[in-house]
Design a protein around this ligand. Sequence first.
Ligand SMILES: [Zn+2]
Length: 691
Amino acid sequence: MVRYSVILLLLITATTLSVPQNIREGFSLANASRLKPLEARLVQSIRPENCRSQHRIFTEKPHMAGSVRNYELAQHVAKQWKEYGLEDVELIEHPVYLPWPIRYEATLVGTNEKLSLKEEPIPQDKDSYNPDVGIPYCAYSADVDVTAPVVYVNSGNPEDYDLLAQRGVDVRGKIALARYSVPYSYRGFKALTAQRRGVAALLLYSDPADDGFKKGDVFPWGPWGPESHLQRGGIVYDFNLPGDPRTPGWASVPGGRFLPAESAVSMPTVAAAPMSYKDARRLLEKMTGPAVPTEWQGGLPFTYRLGPTSDKLHLVIQNDKKVRSIWNVVGRLRGAERPNEWVVLGNHRDAWVFGGVDPSSGSATLMETARAFGELKRSGWKPRRTLIFASWDAEEFTLTGSTEWGELEAERLQAGALAYLNVDSSASGSNFTAAAVPALANFLRDVARDVPDPSGGSIYDSWLRQTNSNEPPVTTRLGSGSDYTVFLNFLGVPIADLTFDGPYGVYHSIYDSFTWVERVGDPGYYYHAAMGRYWAVAALQLSECDYVPLDYAAYAREVQSYLDETGTAARRLGVEVDLGPARDAAKVWEKNGRTALEVARKAVEAGDTARVERVHKGLMKVERALLDPDGLAGRPWFKHLIYAPRPTYKPLVLPALTEAIEARDQPRAKLEVERLTRALKRAAAALEPTN
Ligand SMILES: [Zn+2]
């Protein structure tokens, strides 16, 4: 759904665990060397040309959630997975609230000029002529039929509206024109802000300064967006509640229980539509009033003004209010020894249009990864634990498919999931980027040492080179914007989110296509294959490990640094809180986390399987212990007390406590410290029997 890699790069871990070089955390020496030939076979088996042919299948036609084509692709996935040798392959139906557009029109009243509200096909990309490209829209927008002047609100953030108010521009009842901003801020937050400020409707356009010609060559000659590209996308408030708005906290199943969608905390009441700068230019040129501040000036060759426009715009936005069936595809390789312990690999299948990068690069990689595991299975190998492959539907709407499945399988996932490994887009370039809970950061670095990079050397080497660092950075502050959310925030399953990143200006447009990927993003499909190899090796190691290599000493250290920051913020805001008890609990957690791995390393070499098992079971409980059943204030679906998304999707650490402090609510802050302390004590206690 979003380019999470861009927004999460703010802060990164730099923690080193003193593990001797020859020891692989989670493995006895014997088990680690048993694994080497299996890893090598997976790496050899995964081929760029196979990724390319799968990519062509997924990107051939538009395949929005709820469409016939996306159902056909679900059947394609299931058929292939069965042929590969995956077991228990099934299409799982979820009926969900999934509105589609009916009528989108924008007419300048004075001149009767109609804005196009669509993208132009280009001869170099035959797919762009496809007649099935639907009306570009913002999913979950309210309906509107309004005639009003337009004002320019820059990025559409609260401070932008404040500045307009200072300059005497009244936005109430007017149509707000906002540009998509870089770095990324979730468009749903722009909608929420517009709703709060009382605008009549919101237009979201792509300025050439952000992802167009001001950045460099545009498609088909380069990665950036051409003149008429626009960014579709959901504006749903899924930072309050992801998944079907009618089923907060339980799964949408045929014949199940549903609440009315309109009353859900995730439903916007403002209308919004996406727009290209080709159309927006017609509005920007008509703005009156004072010139904008320098930072608000975009890439078009005239002075931007605050508005309003000299002419009024007649805007009609109409959507159907339909419930549609979506289809997750789930298949598995059953674990021979521990069938109830799960390693889950997931990618979403639905795209706004062709989904060249987002998500079909990931879908192609998922197919090739599943095929390679099937090949390994045919040679007689069986995983120790169960590997689950998932092709999610309707991620673009409100992380819908993964959320519904997570809610459906909550009990089994909480009992037995080691980790969820998400790949949304696998490759828009060559920069390896990983986000994960702090406990998985070292594991992800270790895996990178084992997988070749297309540029030569290992992914670890190129990761170091590209980030110019001593230790490859794993983003551990987790916001939202892809399918890992239900696993982390609702279920307490450790997650990782992986991609190869690069310059990419066609996100959610018709130009995010097969041709873009083949010409610009990953010619040769080498990075698609590299991601498949990485994903496969990570999944294999988790499936085969003696104890799950989760480093909670690193996690606890990170939480202590969050407590330091929170303390500073509290002092700045004049909120008195005693964070001592939480700090003490985090220190015990850190000690227990370190001891757990020390004990496990010795026990695994001594062949003390009972002790290894105790550590392993303890490690599996820790992330769950960080959930609180009551969840966050006003959004109880979000249960994790260390991470949650802000409405911008930016990460919010220690969310319940931080929100209380930011609200200057001292009594609540005190209660939140207690709640956090209890969670940290639970996390520490989960590791205690291992001492
Ligand atoms: Zn996506």
